[in-house]
Design a protein around this ligand. Structure first.
Ligand code: RNT
Ligand code: ZN
Length: 417
């Protein structure tokens, strides 16, 4: 692709959008300033560095593509390489099991910021800010119930873990001069019928209240709702209804994972309701295929609609954008880059919507005109704006990132076995 062609196409696109009242330069500037929290767990199939115990807690990776990152250096190298192919400045989302444990077993109720000092340092050196997650899966005490476990000892273990994670997140936030967003997702649920739906939810609410009571100024907590986990199909303690009520009443950030709803539900329509009652949203952008399969995010209608709803609500500043998928069946770094760039495409598309004009039509009751413009907006020269955005930010334009990933595969990941 010739640079002059990209520039010429952009010049045309800019005019075309301007005629509809859309400022493409402004949209690009917003996109450049909107970080995506890159999920470290795409590099290594959510395994981490704590132990060799497999994944549990109702989530699963499928595929066995060679080249998985096997240690902290490989995760870091892969993240930096992926980031070099994505325009803008991004954050890194760590899970507790990715601590720098130096080969020592550190149990979840013993973890503290010591094990994340090297991450804080590394993030600083590489101009990335960190986000964080407590980890309640993949542990002998995970079982079916963690924070909602009626056994006080097990419940206390996970409460202690989550409290410690919040302190780690606070230390990260302090070091980076920007709040670290810490997500709490627990898999708690039941494979079969339960007669204790109320009791477990009561326990979860009380555990979360205890955890969130500690005031920590440099972090923000968010809690993630889910439909069901594998092996926990009959009941999920932290369902959508539970967390809607919890977040609205406690003023806590709601984590909306796009894979966590009924397959026929319109996830984007939740945005305009949640934003009225919860302070902020954390997004886990994912692609469910028939279930919460965590396929690589692509530019599809549900994801486009999600970002449109955020932009239409004027709420980009209240949304933290993170990715959450784990595909082990294709080149993992390729998957990382596809999903990140797709997320940016969806956001850019939302930022380029001729909203003022659409609103004018709507207010005037001009239904035909509104529908016509919504339809025409789909074929505006969006690609020219996205290409220019990538060119401007010094990352490969269009499919030019494919050979870059192939080169890294040949030189680096294919040699890991
Ligand atoms: C699981 C949740 C959760 C995890 C990560 C690894 O269904 O989506 O966010 O995917 O914490
Ligand atoms: Zn998630």
């Amino acid at each position: 692709m010739k640079e002059s062609d990209i520039l010429n196409s952009y010049a045309y696109a800019r005019e075309r959008y301007a005629a509809l009242g859309v400022d493409t330069d402004k949209a690009i500037a917003i996109l450049e300033q909107t970080p995506i929290s890159l999920h470290c767990w795409q590099t290594d199939d959510v395994i981490g560095f704590e132990s060799a115990a497999g994944l549990s807690g109702g989530i699963q990776t499928t595929g066995n593509y060679p080249g998985r990152a096997r240690n902290i250096d490989e995760v870091r190298a892969d993240v930096l390489f992926a980031k070099s192919l994505i325009a803008g400045n991004h954050r890194l989302n760590l899970h507790e099991i990715y601590g720098d444990f130096g080969g020592k077993f550190v149990d979840r109720d013993q973890v503290d910021v010591r094990y994340f000092e090297s991450w804080i340092q590394w993030a600083k050196e590489n101009g990335m800010k960190l986000d964080f997650n407590s980890t309640s899966f993949g542990h002998p005490k995970s079982g079916d119930l963690s924070l909602a476990n009626p056994d006080p000892a097990i419940r206390a273990f996970w409460i202690e873990h989550t409290k410690r994670c919040r302190r780690i997140a606070d230390a990260m936030g302090k070091a980076q001069g920007d709040p670290c967003i810490m997500n709490i997702w627990v898999h708690d649920g039941s494979k079969d019928l339960t007669v204790e739906r109320y009791r477990y939810r009561e326990l979860l609410a009380a555990a979360l209240d205890e955890i969130l009571a500690e005031k920590l100024p440099d972090m923000k907590s968010c809690v993630e709702a889910k439909l069901f986990g594998i092996g926990l199909e009959s009941y999920t303690v932290g369902s959508m209804d539970f967390f809607e009520g919890y977040c609205a009443s406690r003023k806590v950030i709601y984590t909306l994972d796009t894979g966590h709803y009924e397959p026929t539900e319109n996830v984007s329509d939740k945005v305009a309701s949640l934003l009225l009652f919860v302070p902020e949203l954390m997004l886990h952008v994912s692609r469910p295929v028939r279930w919460d399969s965590d396929h690589v995010t692509i530019m599809n209608d549900p994801t486009l609609d999600l970002f449109k709803e955020i932009v239409r609500a004027g709420a980009l500043h209240r949304a933290h954008i993170g990715l959450d998928y784990f595909d082990a069946s294709i080149n993992r770094i390729g998957a990382y880059v596809i999903g990140s760039r797709a997320t940016q495409k969806c956001l850019l598309s939302a930022l380029l919507e001729p909203l003022a004009k659409l609103r004018e039509y709507e207010d005037a009751g001009k239904g035909f005109q509104r529908l016509a413009l919504l339809e025409e907006a789909k074929t505006l020269p969006f690609g020219a704006v996205f290409d220019y955005f990538n060119l401007k930010n010094g990352v490969p334009v269009g499919e030019a990132f494919i050979p870059e990933i192939e080169r890294y595969e040949n030189e680096v990941t294919a040699k890991r076995c």
